[in-house]
Write a protein that binds this ligand. Sequence first.
Ligand SMILES: Nc1ncnc2c1ncn2[C@@H]1O[C@H](COP(=O)(O)OP(=O)(O)O)[C@@H](O)[C@H]1O
Ligand SMILES: CC(=O)N[C@@H](CCC(=O)OP(=O)(O)O)C(=O)O
Length: 259
Amino acid sequence: MKKKLSLVKIGGNVMESKNELAKFLQLFSELQGPKILVHGGGKLATELGVKLGVEAQMVGGRRITDAQNLEIITMVYGGLANKNIVAQLQASHCNAIGLSGADANTIKAYKRPVREIDFGFVGDVESVNTKNIERLLQGGFTPVFCAITHDGNGQLFNTNADTIASEIAIGMSEMYETTLYYCFEKKGVLLNITDKDSVIKNIDSNSYQDLLHKKIIADGMLPKLENCFYALQKNVNKVCIGDISMLRPASTVYTTITL
Ligand SMILES: Nc1ncnc2c1ncn2[C@@H]1O[C@H](COP(=O)(O)OP(=O)(O)O)[C@@H](O)[C@H]1O
Ligand SMILES: CC(=O)N[C@@H](CCC(=O)OP(=O)(O)O)C(=O)O
């Protein structure tokens, strides 16, 4: 029987609140068994860009990343956000190690092909080095990934954090029974975005089409759900979306995605 692995992605809205982030990291550190954290930070990068006079442009939930934006996201995701998270986890006795996809050659990517839009230094994942991630887990470390990948020739890329989470979960599913948790600021996927308690308990391929058709799913939820179904199709055991309380063992209010 395969061992269990928890892979948790935390989004930028939660990370913006020091209080919420601290609560999340406490819950994450209490999770039993091997675990991996992937964090976003898109909002923090946009805010630093404003301070530095560098404009952010998002298309289809992805940041158009020119050379200046690449510098900003490297500073924010790989530096400020990642190191603060790692330090807080260490304070909770979770032996975290901060990584970009370049570290230990864990995630290789290639430049997103130019179709209608040139996204600049945005990378699509080519491969996940599951052996090196497994070595870290075996060594008792908890890997904490930011949303940065590399091409193996010295070029860093900006890669959507939801995608990094699904790709790592898919890779690790060869060795582990993996649960992928997408944590964000709402209790789950909502039937009515203005009603915080209208959580949809389960979304399967059929109801997904219906929700898309009715435009109940929009904005950042579109790529998130695409990643959920992709992960399930590629053998990730369980995928759920919810707020930070989803990590409590007794939690029942969140959205489970099934094929
Ligand atoms: N039906 C829905 N239920 C919940 N959130 C939704 C829904 N449709 C769109 N959204 C939006 O999706 C956002 C989450 O996507 P995103 O901002 O990319 O998350 P993250 O914080 O994980 O990066 C929510 O903040 C919400 O505004
Ligand atoms: C290519 C691309 O769009 N990358 C994202 C990476 C960060 C991210 O995904 O952050 P959240 O999870 O907080 O949205 C960005 O720069 O916004």
